[in-house]
Design a protein around this ligand. Sequence first.
Ligand code: NDP
Length: 316
Amino acid sequence: MDAIEKVKVLIIGSGPAGYTAAIYAARAGLKPVLYTGGQPGGQLTTTNDVENFPGYPEGINGPQMMMDLQKQAERFGTKVNFGLVTSVDFSSYPLKVVVDETHTVQAEAVIVATGASAKYLGIPSEQTYANNGVSACAVCDGYFYRGKEVAVVGAGDSAAEESTYLANLCTKVHLIVRRNEMRASKIMQQRVMNTPNIEIHWNTQTEEILGDASGVNAVRLISNGERKTISVQGFFLAIGHKPNTDVFKGQLDMDEAGYVKVIPGTTKTNVEGVFAVGDVADRVYRQAITAAGTGCMGALDAEKFLVAKEMELAHS
Ligand code: NDP
């Protein structure tokens, strides 16, 4: 164990939520320290072009946007460190966080911005064509497939929503459902059924995504032991997300899916001084802009908390 690092505001995570929190906290003179996590820059580093973030009329490359956010946070004095939080102790104050199993950080306020990860099927071709025909976000990438034929895998509300979203842009959407029914709400299912250019493939699994250097061109499906190949240029995963909250289990209140619970309209968690921002506390919107928005809220909530804490100490 090395020496304990004492910080005022600790930000865990380096996506749009974490960096926006850092920009606001740094500009408020709170000298934030940010630990990046295992995937610096977060989910946007796995996207090519971001065209729906306001302020970029020509769009921006995802990794570039994250480097710009980091630079902006550092410009105001944020200290950005590479490291993965491996355990936390929020049972006493100041709050304690261990990075890379060896380094202890003691913080007066913690902003949790660890995000969520899209679930993948686990077949090798998903990685081969990642960003080259395979996507886990229709709202982010659907536009690049307008006028083309695509497949969506999943059967929940996300799959239903993403299929209908894509059906507006694409010539045809193949919805691949592994059972003989969908889990999505009835109204969302109805919307899917009523969309003429969505074809549902029931009892069907994805065996392989096929393509060449220019990207995906087909997908091989298997249904009741029979294989068929359909021609598609895009393959969208909509089989759920997993919030990156394992390390906070038993410390922060979470819903049944593991998303951190916050007091509605704020970023406050059940632990005083700990705030949750971005996808880690959002199972519905999951956009870079909403993450950035809550990142800002987290910094403002943390600042208010620290001011109140100082006044409390002054009067004690
Ligand atoms: P869900 O966990 O609800 O659904 C995941 C779906 O993916 C299930 O239908 C599941 O199939 C399927 N699936 C999982 N693994 C595989 C696999 N290996 N191969 C094929 N299919 C697989 O996730 P969602 O992202 O859809 O929704 C998460 C939450 O967010 C839900 O509470 C949902 O209601 C909410 N949501 C709400 C929206 C809205 O109201 N507008 C929009 C989007 C999400 P199976 O059914 O067979 O288990």
